[in-house]
Design a protein around this ligand. Structure first.
Ligand SMILES: *[C@@H]1O[C@H](CO)[C@@H](O)[C@H](O)[C@H]1NC(C)=O
Ligand SMILES: *[C@@H]1O[C@H](CO)[C@@H](O)[C@H](O)[C@H]1NC(C)=O
Ligand SMILES: *[C@@H]1O[C@H](CO)[C@@H](O)[C@H](O)[C@H]1NC(C)=O
Ligand SMILES: *[C@@H]1O[C@H](CO)[C@@H](O)[C@H](O)[C@H]1NC(C)=O
Ligand SMILES: *[C@@H]1O[C@H](CO)[C@@H](O)[C@H](O)[C@H]1NC(C)=O
Length: 297
């Protein structure tokens, strides 16, 4: 392609982009964004400086669009934002697929309006200070990525809400002071999961042997809970596992021996306790089980 035709194409693209900006600036979604801006308190954040009616919408920080000009994504992670999350306004954006609000100082309850965000595929509200329960939220049912970790959520986690989210790839709810609960066995039917972070969130009872069905798992962390019983042998079916973290849970040392890893030796491992025997991982790929942290209490 000649330089001239390349620059013509770039010019066409810029004109299209500019027209798109004008088109969406006149939509209801502008008003919705301005409502969101008003509801969120942001003492130090200058992230909203660009969110002005006089500025083209496509110049708003943290917003991304679909080809038709509707809003696809809001990313306001790590911006020192406070106050409660205005899900009532946010979930009026009917094409919204990504909402990333992690690593802020949001607090207050998660409102029931979350269920109106029916298109969401990615929800990150982790690393905040909600200090309340997680409401029932069976819709958005198409969620693939769900981060609620380390956000001071309490009470019972509504496990039923995620039973229909069969597309889940990442589920991270650890580091929250939930009420004690048994391992949510329904998780084992979420076969696309590759990241399951349930450390330090008051889970008790056994690791179910069906965990071996989650063959896409790369990361499995169950540390710092109240679990007991044995590590099921079926864990050795998780051939993609890269990081297995089971520290500080009261597993049975001896009911089934699991100590020696006979293949795919982890690069880093920390073992403690009195167990002996072997758990055979039939993988030889070399990257397998990069980190294995297991200890007995
Ligand atoms: C977007 O904002 C920047 C800085 O505020 C400005 O320089 C630029 O011209 C704006 N772009 C459009 C398309 O208005
Ligand atoms: C915790 O949530 C953040 C996003 O808020 C994410 O980046 C991080 O990976 C999560 N940690 C774990 C261990 O899942
Ligand atoms: C899951 O889906 C089934 C069938 O669509 C429905 O009957 C059930 O109420 C749903 N469960 C939840 C918790 O939404
Ligand atoms: C467990 O989670 C609590 C918050 O619920 C946090 O304060 C604590 O540091 C976490 N413990 C570990 C070992 O990460
Ligand atoms: C686990 O996988 C096996 C074989 O694919 C299947 O028969 C079984 O029903 C699955 N169990 C669960 C709880 O999904």
């Amino acid at each position: 392609m000649s330089a001239a035709s390349t620059s013509r194409r770039i010019l066409h693209f810029l004109i299209l982009f500019y027209l798109l900006c004008l088109a969406i600036s006149t939509s209801d979604e502008l008003q919705t964004l301005l409502n969101i801006k008003t509801s969120i308190q942001s003492p130090n954040a200058d992230v909203f400086n660009s969110w002005k009616p006089t500025n083209p919408l496509c110049n708003f920080t943290g917003i991304a669009y679909n080809p038709d000009g509707s809003i696809n994504s809001i990313d306001l992670s790590n911006q020192k934002l406070t106050g409660s999350v205005p899900f009532d306004s946010i979930c009026q954006l009917s094409s919204l697929e990504t909402l990333a609000l992690g690593k802020n100082s949001f607090s207050g309850p998660i409102s029931e309006d979350l269920k109106n965000c029916i298109r969401l595929k990615y929800l990150d509200i982790g690393n905040n200070f909600f200090s309340d329960t997680v409401p029932d939220f069976s819709s958005p049912s198409q969620l693939e990525y769900l981060y609620l970790n380390s956000s001071v959520f309490s009470g019972n986690f509504p496990w039923n809400s995620i039973s229909n989210m069969t597309g889940l790839v990442v589920l991270s709810v650890g580091d929250n002071p939930f009420d004690r609960t048994r391992f949510p066995n329904m998780m084992v039917s979420h076969k696309k999961l590759n990241w399951l972070y349930l450390a330090n969130c008051s889970i008790e009872g056994k690791i179910p042997s069906e965990i071996g069905n989650l063959t896409e798992l790369v990361n499995l962390e169950l540390s710092d809970n109240y679990m007991s019983g044995e590590i099921p042998l079926e864990i050795s079916k998780l051939l993609k596992l890269f990081h297995l973290h089971l520290v500080k849970i009261a597993l049975d040392p001896i009911s089934r021996p699991f100590w020696r890893i006979s293949a795919g030796r982890p690069k880093k491992q920390r073992r403690r306790g009195t167990g002996s025997g072997s758990l055979s991982f039939p993988d030889t790929s070399g990257t397998f089980l990069n980190k294995l942290w297991v200890s007995l209490m």
